[in-house]
Design a protein around this ligand. Structure first.
Ligand SMILES: Cc1cc2nc3c(=O)[nH]c(=O)nc-3n(C[C@H](O)[C@H](O)[C@H](O)COP(=O)(O)OP(=O)(O)OC[C@H]3O[C@@H](n4cnc5c(N)ncnc54)[C@H](O)[C@@H]3O)c2cc1C
Length: 158
């Protein structure tokens, strides 16, 4: 968060962030990013040295009756990315993958697994280790028991 003037630090919407999902630099104008950057900047200025490895985009909006959530690299292009879409009635789910990692989602009227998906994106989890169909399996039971225990107890260092 230190600027080219070592006595001036920046945080929030005025900064360019590193997207931790692909390393690209972009403006991520969101509250959690501003808060994390503010904590890191304050900590750096106080000499305690907390750093952050980057951020990623998460958005949610209700739009004319459509409940829309997006996260991560929803516009990812290139051979290393793939995506799959499942539609049912008025719900729409698009998941974006980089190899065995989930790197983005677009959910319309289908937000029930948004927290699980966000966690998979943030932790870069290997999705081949998950139980069941990532599109269908609800809740934490998508994780194997050992992994679930760690996540539920909050012991995983995120
Ligand atoms: C309509 C809207 C909806 C949003 N919804 C969401 C959301 O749902 N989720 C989400 O995560 N993010 C949302 N955001 C983004 C979020 O508000 C920003 O990312 C966050 O507020 C950035 O914090 P900040 O401290 O960098 O900037 P700000 O919150 O903009 O704070 C900057 C402050 O500096 C003050 N200021 C400006 N110039 C001067 C000056 N010359 N002297 C002194 N003070 C000054 C301003 O008055 C302001 O109080 C939304 C933004 C908007 C506009």
């Amino acid at each position: 968060m230190q600027t080219s003037d070592k006595n001036i630090y920046a945080a929030g919407d005025c900064t360019v962030s590193v997207d931790m999902l692909d390393g690209s630099k972009k403006i991520i104008a969101l509250w959690p990013n501003a808060v994390n950057q503010g904590i890191a900047a304050g900590s750096q200025m106080a000499g305690t040295g907390k750093k952050i490895s980057g951020s990623y985009a998460v958005n949610a909006i209700d739009f004319y009756g459509l409940r829309i959530s997006t996260c991560g690299l929803i516009n990812a292009k290139g051979e290393k990315y793939s995506d799959k879409t499942v539609k049912s009635g008025d719900s729409y789910k698009r998941l974006i993958f980089e190899g065995n990692r989930l790197v983005g989602y677009v959910l319309i009227n289908a937000g029930e697994n948004a927290g699980i998906y966000t966690n998979l994106i943030e932790t870069g989890a290997d999705i081949t280790a998950l139980k069941g169909d990532i599109f269908a399996t609800p809740g934490p039971f998508i994780f194997g028991k050992a992994d679930r225990d760690i996540r539920m107890k909050g012991a995983l260092d995120l």
